[in-house]
Structure formats: structure tokens, C-alpha cells
Design a protein around this ligand. Structure first.
Ligand code: FHN
Length: 419
């Protein structure tokens, strides 16, 4: 496979901007979030009934892919293995996998096939942490044993065996499932980072198998350093937060980033979590990400039968209605060369400036520093001409353009003017 330079490798990522995160696995059965085993200090035996019961009869990844596409998403990242160690793929290195449950299906293979068939790029999430593997020294009272601890030292030879297992599974995922566009590792902490995972060796293998796969920054390197480690990754991955000013490295250069955000308050399915973000909040978040050179990876947590919650579907469809009319202000766009206006945010692609009107005040919208620089303005959603004027020459209005146009035309009450 031809290797393209890192900058080009990211081209599709910077173009697509909006993806679906999918957290799915045995934890959907207890339906109390993906950390349930640890938070409730369940033994492997206490968690085993969820393995026995897992039977996702409604799993239809083609429907998931169609929903992602309808929402305006261009790529997806699904958990191949989360911290509980359960593998959604047919790994030859463990029996703790979906093909050994009542599902008897390789859920990852069906996912990659379905999303590719709908024209979306496919990513896989892989947990470095593994609460099931006997050689990963996880203690319920301490989720992550400190690397330097006596207990850890005693288990060193075992841990090396776990790292070999982890590398072997990454090799399976990059060998048996076609072109993988994103490998999303999760997560490093304390001493458990970098060469503890033998990360240089791991990334060398990854680059050998699939040179153009994008890797996140959670193997434990410093992506913002002037000279990042080989395993520092291709993009930063802020979680449940948007960086105030975007992300730059020590040299002041913009660093590609992707904010991963939940639709409700949990990554994995939670039967009682009704605290969902509105479509308007999601769209504002997506606009903010792109206005700061970032992507949004928005999470769904399918239930134990393999269905994406109805409320998630409802929000995604409403976001999609806005994207259908305004997507050109997101795809292939980035931060504008103008300061953020008080009424909203700008995104820009080449000579086209998109003004996202998020706050409505009294009277027209004021555009600073744009006099003589705007040939015409249109409301993106319906192509309607937007009247641009420079009012009578009072000092207070000097240097501003003013745009008059009707209240938002879409239910999300966010209008975008193309200038
Ligand atoms: O512990 C995980 C969590 O379950 C979830 O997968 C998030 C998603 O980025 N990552 C870790 C928490 O930072």
C-alpha cells in the first residue's frame, strides 16, 4: 500500500469533520454504562452472565450506517474491544469474543462492511486497558495499578505477555478487516503509557500494515511537542470538552483534533439516561469545532439487542436536516481568517466565508473588517439573497457591513450566511 505523507493522510479527516462514535458491548446488557463492571466491583464471574446473555438480534449495522449518513456524518469509530476485554471481532487470540456468544457473529466485520457500503470511512476503537485478560493486573479497588508498584513488578513478565496479546489483536484488526481509516486507542495514564505498551514497536507494525491509517494521541506521546514521538498520533482527542482556542503545538502550528462527545451522559448504553443534548447544541458544537480547525466525533450507545436508542436517532435526524442545507459550511472548512464575531462563529473554505448566526440581537447583523471584501451574500439554507448595507456614515458604524435577513429558516434556529 502506498504511504502518503502525514499531512496528506489527514486530508479526508479535515474534509469530513463529523463522525459517529459507537460504544457497544456486553455492558449494554446491565445497561448502566461501559464502566459498570469496575464501578460496581464485579468479579469476572459476576460479569459472565452478560456474556452468556448477549444476543443482539436487532443488530443491523446497515441501518446504523444509514442513520450516520442521514445525520451528515462521514466516518465512524466503533469499539472493537473496550476495557472489559470483550472482543466484538473474531480474534484468534481469545475465546472472550462475540462469535462465542449467542450472537455468533463477527460484529466488527459486519460494521466495516455496512459503513463502507454506505460510503463512510471506518475506524476502530481499541482499549489498551483490559480488565478481563489474566496478564493485565487490574485490581477492582485500584483500576490501574501503578507501574512501579510491588504488585506490578511481581506481574511484570505477565504484563509483557499482555502487551504481546494487545499487539497481536491490533495486527488482526489491521489484517482481517480491509482498509481501516482510524485506529482509536484508549487510554494511557500515569506510568501506563508510551513504551509501557511498547508503543514505538506497535506503531512501526501499524505503519507497516496500513501506512495511512490515522492514529489518535492516546498511546501516551506528546503530540504538541516540537518533535513528537513516533507514537504521539495524528490528531488530538479532547473528550467532552471543546478547546477554547483550538489546539497548537510548541511551535505554534495548528494541530488536527477531534472532540469526542456523548449524546446523553454515557458512552455505553444506559437505560435511564434521558439527559440528551438537543440538535441545536450538537450543531453549535460542530460549528465551534470546525471554526477552531477541529472535528466532532459524536457518540451513540446501542442497547443489548443492537438498536440505537430512539432519542439518539431523533437528535441525529434533526442534525441531519440542518446539515443537508448547511453542510458546505462544515465539510472541508476550517477556522476563518477573521476574529470571532460576537453574534456567532465563522468557518471558511478558500475565499468563501460562512457566518453562523447563533445569537440574534436587535437590528441587522454587523460584520467587522469586511467592507469592500464581500461581493454577495446568500442564506445558505435556501439560497436567498442577503442584503448587505453600510448605514449612514456615523463613526459608530465605520468599517462595518450590516446584513438584514429573516429569522432562521430551520428548526435549529441557526442560520448561515455565505459571503
Ligand atoms: O474510559 C473510557 C470511556 O469509557 C470512553 O471510552 C471514553 C471515550 O473517549 N474514553 C475513556 C475515558 O477517557
Amino acid at each position: 500500500m502506498q504511504q502518503i505523507e502525514k499531512e496528506n493522510r489527514l486530508d479526508w479527516f479535515m474534509q469530513d469533520r463529523f463522525g459517529m462514535f459507537i460504544h457497544w458491548g456486553l455492558y449494554a446488557v446491565p445497561a448502566r454504562g461501559e464502566w459498570v463492571r469496575n464501578q460496581e466491583k464485579m468479579s469476572i464471574e459476576a460479569y459472565q452472565p452478560y456474556f452468556e446473555d448477549f444476543d443482539p438480534d436487532l443488530y443491523d449495522p446497515r441501518q446504523w450506517a444509514k442513520l450516520a449518513k442521514e445525520a451528515g456524518m462521514k466516518y465512524a469509530v466503533m469499539t472493537a474491544k473496550h476495557h472489559d476485554g470483550f472482543c466484538l471481532f473474531d480474534s484468534k487470540l481469545t475465546e472472550y469474543k462475540a462469535t462465542n456468544t449467542k450472537a455468533q457473529r463477527d460484529l466488527v466485520k459486519e460494521y466495516v462492511d455496512a459503513f463502507r457500503a454506505e460510503g463512510l470511512k471506518v475506524g476502530l476503537y481499541y482499549s489498551l486497558i483490559d480488565w478481563h485478560h489474566p496478564d493485565y493486573p487490574a485490581y477492582h479497588d485500584r483500576i490501574h495499578p501503578m507501574r512501579g508498584s510491588d504488585a506490578f513488578k511481581a506481574a511484570q513478565h505477565q504484563f509483557d505477555r499482555y502487551v504481546s496479546y494487545m499487539h497481536g489483536q491490533v495486527k488482526e484488526l489491521l489484517t482481517n478487516y480491509g482498509t481501516i481509516d482510524v485506529l482509536w486507542f484508549d487510554f494511557s495514564y500515569d506510568e501506563m503509557k508510551g513504551e509501557t505498551w511498547k508503543a514505538s514497536e506497535l506503531v512501526a507494525m501499524i505503519r507497516e500494515l496500513q501506512p495511512n491509517v490515522l492514529i489518535d494521541n492516546r498511546l501516551g506521546g506528546n503530540l504538541l511537542a516540537a518533535e513528537p514521538e513516533s507514537y504521539a498520533g495524528d490528531f488530538a482527542s479532547p473528550e467532552q470538552i471543546l478547546p477554547p482556542k483550538g489546539i497548537v503545538n510548541e511551535l505554534g502550528n495548528a494541530v488536527p483534533w477531534e472532540a469526542c462527545i456523548t449524546l446523553n451522559q454515557h458512552w455505553g448504553y444506559h437505560a435511564y439516561d434521558e439527559d440528551y443534548k438537543t440538535a441545536k447544541t450538537v450543531i453549535r458544537g460542530l460549528v465551534e469545532c470546525v471554526s477552531k480547525n477541529g472535528n466532532l466525533l459524536l457518540n451513540v450507545g446501542p442497547d443489548a439487542r443492537g438498536a440505537i436508542p430512539e432519542k439518539s436517532q431523533e437528535v441525529l435526524r434533526e442534525v441531519g436536516a440542518w446539515m443537508k442545507r448547511n453542510g458546505s459550511s462544515i465539510y472541508g472548512c476550517a477556522a476563518a481568517s477573521f476574529d470571532k464575531p460576537e453574534w456567532g462563529r465563522y468557518t471558511q473554505a478558500g475565499n468563501t466565508l460562512y457566518a453562523h448566526i447563533l445569537e440574534r440581537g436587535i437590528g441587522p447583523i454587523a460584520f467587522e473588517d469586511l467592507q469592500g471584501r464581500v461581493k454577495q451574500a446568500r442564506r445558505l439554507a435556501d439560497g436567498a439573497e442577503v442584503n448587505i448595507s453600510t448605514p449612514w456614515n456615523g463613526e459608530a458604524f465605520k468599517g462595518y457591513l450590516f446584513a438584514n435577513f429573516p429569522q432562521a429558516s430551520l428548526p435549529c434556529d441557526i442560520d448561515t450566511v455565505i459571503a
